[in-house]
Write a protein that binds this ligand. Structure first.
Ligand code: PGA
Length: 257
């Protein structure tokens, strides 16, 4: 089954309001000069979401948030509800390791966020991946399996295909260290197998699986050339319009081939 490739830019806490507008305009100019048929999502910080929606409307580039609270309402100072994001975004990252580290949220809470997003027709991008210590102890498969089991148990069959799994080994994020693309392809295969064991192949064939962690224009090729890797989640490089669009072009090229 053909899965449309997906490229997601996670702008983290980078860029002032003004700088974010400039980067959006520059990225838009580069994107509109190409004929790109890759699903593209940009996730700026919350404050830039209204501007991003206005800027990208009608361009084919979609807007996402970097996190959401797991409840719709309540006295949760500093948090943002799905009800406040609705209408602004089509996508939302959940379970990013930087958020997990700050809030010590667990997979159960992340699964609740995904359920809530799906109820509001927003696609969750769920991040999974092992720490350096887990990798050193040869526990990568175990860790990813444990995480996936929570999502597979909590999210129902009929909406599972609408979410995206981003495999992001924590030791690869922002470090310049990257795993062998073959290893990533094996993890993608493992994730797909877990999905098909829980539901069936028609569901697992539809779920897009991304790689994330120090993705740059000069290293993206081998990842997306691997079977089962449907795109990338990009942090640092995504705030540089030429790098981001350079990655998009490579994904497009491999997809068309
Ligand atoms: P990075 O970040 O590309 O800067 O490593 C990836 C991510 O945090 O999603």
């Amino acid at each position: 089954m053909e899965r449309k490739p997906l490229v997601v830019g996670n702008w983290k806490m980078e860029l002032s309001l003004k700088a974010a507008q400039e980067v959006m305009k520059a990225t838009k100019a580069l994107v509109s000069a190409k004929d790109l048929s890759v699903d593209t999502v940009v996730c700026p910080s919350y404050v830039s979401l209204p501007g991003a929606k206005a800027e990208w409307e009608g361009t084919g580039v979609m807007v996402g948030a970097q996190n959401v609270h797991e409840q719709e309402r309540g006295a949760h100072t500093g948090q943002v509800s799905v009800l406040q994001l609705q209408g602004l975004i089509e996508w939302c990252i959940v379970g990013h390791s930087e958020v997990r580290a700050l809030t010590s949220e667990d997979d159960e809470r992340i699964a609740q966020k995904a359920v809530l997003l799906l109820q509001h027709n927003i696609h969750p991008i769920i991040c999974v991946g092992e720490t350096q210590a887990e990798r050193d102890a040869d526990q990568t498969v175990e860790r990813v399996t444990q995480q996936m089991e929570v999502y597979l148990r909590t999210i129902d069959r009929t909406s599972f295909h609408r979410l995206v799994i981003a495999y992001e080994p924590i030791w690869a994020i922002g470090t310049g260290n990257t795993p062998d693309p073959i290893e990533v392809s094996q993890i993608a295969l493992l994730i797909r197998k877990l999905i098909s064991n829980r539901f069936d192949q028609s569901v697992s064939d539809r779920v897009r699986i991304l790689y994330g962690g120090s993705v740059k224009p000069d290293n993206v090729g081998p990842y997306i050339a691997e079977p089962g890797i449907d795109g990338v989640l990009i942090g640092g490089a995504s705030v540089h319009p030429r790098d981001f669009v350079g990655i998009l072009e490579q994904v497009q090229e491999i997809y068309i081939r």
